[in-house]
Design a protein around this ligand. Structure first.
Ligand SMILES: Nc1ncnc2c1ncn2[C@@H]1O[C@H](COP(=O)(O)OP(=O)(O)O)[C@@H](O)[C@H]1O
Ligand SMILES: [Mg+2]
Length: 422
């Protein structure tokens, strides 16, 4: 048995007991691994009392035999006839953890709350600030969705139009995306606006919180929008506009309405509307009355939704800005351009994506050779190089591997151009 396992069990037992007895503590005080395990979807929270069983210990920490682990902890016992673990003498357990696992106490707000009074080195508010809030968890979003589902058929249907991502599920953070100075500036502004939402409401400043991301495919629009959800700790609702078009065209307009209603229900959140140019396409094609109505509904919904009042940050994205007319442009407070990366940016992107790969590669030289490549192309390039090296049983890349991949990639793009793809 490793020492860590008894620390895990002791931390859990103390956390459970302190949480149970301290009504002033809430879900945001519990460390995410414990919180997620005891989350109650219907109650949208962690119900008291928390009890600790062998299977709880297994599912939180992967500890298979809690019974054996606790033999070295004289202050823990298994209750008769059950698999429940219990602290026999609370103070002994508390002293033991202070001696062996003070770092855990510093990171666990529930524990810090209890120890703070006796131990100068422990601060509840610091522990709380470092603890991830519940809004980042998948479980939180599932609770919100559950409320919507319980409202019935109609509400359930709208969930089919929207893809919902929890902040903790976002794979690429803002630090891993290379942005231009201008992009960085605009993104910092929106981060601040959300932080100071109450203030903005107070002074009546409402023209903020509608962004349009414009640029060729593969330049990081979707990734940046998702990364914002991770940074801001807000649920991410993704809609592809083409998906809202119903077989029954009459429904399309209603679908648009429902998506915005859902965003308001799940607020604060980010509503990301991809393929924004779809709006334009429907306008120039046959002008089907129903589609026209849907477009008008969309524009109206955009007008009516507000970051300051509704807590919904709206981000549109388009690959075809030329298709958008003024009626659309002027509804966004901020246009963020996603250009093809220049040489310096390409080098930075390469450096980031090569960071976890072994080998000595001259990123500057590859950047030089990849004029016109998007961030997405650079990732594909690397994939090609990695797979080719694997065929030779190598997990270390050489510069030559990447140069070869560039050549192969060139052939492929030439072919795409011949076939008339984008
Ligand atoms: N500037 C960039 N920095 C880092 N990665 C990038 C950048 N641009 C694109 N990528 C990567 O390329 C892939 C595709 O990007 P994506 O966000 O889907 O582009 P878009 O939505 O503009 O089509 C993602 O894996 C993304 O991380
Ligand atoms: Mg995209």
């Amino acid at each position: 048995m490793s020492g860590d396992e008894s620390l895990d069990i002791c931390e859990l037992l103390l956390t459970a007991q302190i949480y149970n007895e301290s009504q002033e503590l809430n879900e945001d005080d519990i460390p995410p691994n414990i919180r997620k395990h005891y989350w109650n979807k219907k109650e949208k929270g962690v119900k008291r009392p928390i009890s600790v069983s062998e299977s709880d210990v297994e599912s939180i920490y992967g500890i298979k035999n809690a019974r054996r682990c606790v033999t070295s902890l004289p202050f823990v016992e298994f209750e008769d006839f059950g698999e429940r673990l219990r602290m026999t003498v609370f103070d002994l357990g508390a002293k033991w953890l202070e001696r062996h696992g003070v770092d855990r106490i510093q990171k666990n707000p529930v524990l810090a709350y209890y120890y703070e009074n006796n131990d100068m080195s422990i601060s509840y508010s610091q522990a709380k600030m470092a603890n991830r809030p519940k809004e980042v968890d998948r479980e939180w979003i599932d609770s919100l969705i559950n409320e919507v589902v319980e409202e019935g058929e109609d509400a359930r249907d709208v969930l089919k139009l929207v893809h919902i991502v929890a902040p903790e599920e976002v794979k690429q953070t803002l630090n891993e995306i290379v942005l231009t100075k201008e992009q960085e500036g605009k993104i910092s502004k929106i981060v601040k606006a959300i932080e100071y939402r109450d203030y903005l409401q107070q002074i009546g400043l409402r023209e903020i919180g509608k962004l349009l991301f414009v640029g060729p495919p593969g330049t990081g629009k979707t990734s940046t929008a998702r990364a914002l959800s991770e940074r801001l700790k807000l649920p991410f609702l993704e809609v592809k506009l083409s998906m809202t078009v119903s077989h029954f065209l009459g429904e399309t307009s209603k679908n648009v309405d429902k998506v915005f209603e859902l965003a308001k229900r799940l607020s604060p959140c980010i509503l990301f509307i991809d393929e924004f140019d779809f709006v334009a396409k429907t306008r120039t094609s046959d002008e089907h009355a129903a589609l026209k109505r849907a477009v008008n509904t969309l524009l109206k919904c955009i007008d009516e939704i507000s970051l300051v009042n509704d807590g919904v940050l709206l981000i549109g994205a388009t690959n075809h800005p030329k298709l958008l007319d003024n009626a659309v442009w002027r509804r966004f407070d901020e246009i963020v351009m996603f250009p093809l990366p220049d040489k310096v940016m390409r080098q930075e992107i390469l450096t980031k994506i090569l960071a976890s790969i072994e080998g000595s590669i001259d990123a500057a030289d590859i950047a030089q050779r990849t004029d016109g490549y998007t961030g997405s192309d650079l990732r594909l390039l690397l994939r090609e190089a990695v797979l080719n090296a694997l065929i030779e049983e190598r997990t270390t890349l050489t510069h030559e591997d990447l140069v070869k991949a560039v050549d192969a990639f060139k052939d492929r793009t030439d072919m795409k151009i011949m076939e008339g793809h984008e």
